[in-house]
Design a protein around this ligand. Structure first.
Ligand code: NAD
Length: 350
């Protein structure tokens, strides 16, 4: 018998498969589309622009990480000017983040075509940055109505970016098992997501253009994003958020360096999920298994490699413990300092 729980599923229509990019015009029927594309997706955006025909209203090719306020304001102005009634975003979390910033204010439905494994397309979470300060919030208006996973679009994602992005997705799966909103349905989704992500990562390390591997990774990323959407964020994401915002560290790589160290402490509180994740990841210790997988994939496993100093790691722990209500993360400053100094040095969890 499961314990009593509440699980709120979120509505989105998901299409996965090689060539599904071709489905965008049909999914966008009746909309005047603003197209947002990262640099890497320009060729696909060109194809789409032609395929949309009269439904094409305008295009944004300038996408920046963490959605700076001025970028969001300019995008909203352009959307209003061209009379966009829908948005198609192709690219990673940054392109989808910009689409969310527009929809948050203007309410257009989003069709997301993700080309990384960050998982933003499955969540109602938006983020915007002003002067190094990142604000986030949750609003169902920003949850993409349709998500199109076409593995052909991520075949060229460089291995380094792929591996870091998978670490980001694995962080969603692992943390989803211990947040305050964790529940048994989310746990099943998170465990299956972790399994698929590991399998896909090992496959791409062997052959980066393997379509089956790329499909596996998109499937895993989708489950990871769903898990993040329902379980919310806990100490791991909040710590990475602070590190990224304050010290300008790269988003996905920061997750890789911090996750094994947080897991070493937090997974002990969720023994059933820990055991399930260990089976899924084929390891006998979750924290060490994550560390070894990231090391094998060539993702930096220390904050030192990302340019943080040890003094900054300690300062971050102090700030974090000072800012977060103790009961939200149930860890004091000494425990957070321990996590961050281990993450800084890149120690393999014992
Ligand atoms: P990103 O979108 O910035 O992409 C990373 C890099 O990969 C970019 O240089 C991009 O041009 C390149 N790229 C993307 N797809 C490619 C492809 N197929 N081939 C070659 N290059 C490609 O980064 P990301 O890691 O996808 O997303 C990070 C952002 O998403 C952060 O701002 C993070 O906060 C946000 N995010 C939000 C949520 C949410 O729920 N709101 C969840 C996860 C991440």
């Amino acid at each position: 018998m499961p314990e009593s729980f509440t699980h709120v599923g979120l509505p989105s229509r998901i299409l996965l498969g090689p060539g599904t990019l071709d489905q965008v015009p049909a999914e966008a029927e009746g909309l005047k589309v603003l197209l947002i594309a990262t640099k890497s997706a320009r060729d696909s955006a060109d194809l789409l622009e032609r395929a949309l025909g009269d439904a094409f209203a305008g295009r944004i090719d300038e996408v920046r990480q963490h959605v700076p306020t001025e970028t969001a304001d300019a995008a909203r102005a352009q959307a209003a000017e061209v009379g966009a009634t829908g948005i198609v975003a192709i690219g990673g979390g940054s392109a989808i983040g910009l689409a969310k910033a527009i929809a948050l204010v203007q309410g257009q439905p989003i069709i997301a075509v993700p080309t990384t494994y960050a998982g933003s397309e499955m969540t109602p979470v938006w983020g915007q940055t002003e002067g190094g300060d990142k604000r986030t919030g949750t609003d169902l208006r920003v949850l993409p109505k349709v998500v199109i996973y076409d593995p052909l679009l991520s075949r060229g994602l460089p291995l380094k970016v792929t591996a870091a992005s998978v670490a980001n997705a694995l962080a969603h799966c692992v943390e989803a098992t211990w947040t305050e909103k964790a529940d048994p349905i989310t746990e099943v989704i998170a465990v299956e997501g972790a399994r698929a992500l590991r399998e896909g990562l090992l496959q791409v390390l062997d052959n980066p253009t393997d379509l089956d591997a790329r499909s596996n990774l998109l499937y895993g990323a989708s489950l990871a994003g769903s898990a993040l959407a329902t379980a919310g964020t806990g100490i791991h994401h909040k710590l990475c958020h602070l590190l990224g915002g304050t010290y300008n560290l790269p988003h996905a790589e920061t997750h890789a360096a911090v996750l094994p160290q947080v897991t070493r402490v937090k997974a002990l509180k969720v023994p059933r999920a820990k055991a399930r994740l260990e089976t899924a990841l084929e390891t006998d210790d979750l924290a060490a298994g994550l560390f070894d997988l990231f090391a094998q994939a060539g993702v930096p496993t220390s904050l030192r490699e990302l340019g943080l100093t040890e003094a900054q790691a300690r300062e971050a722990a102090r700030r974090f413990a000072g800012a977060a209500p103790a009961n939200a993360v149930q860890l004091d400053e000494a425990a957070v300092t321990d996590i961050l100094t281990r993450a800084w040095a890149g120690e393999r969890p014992e």
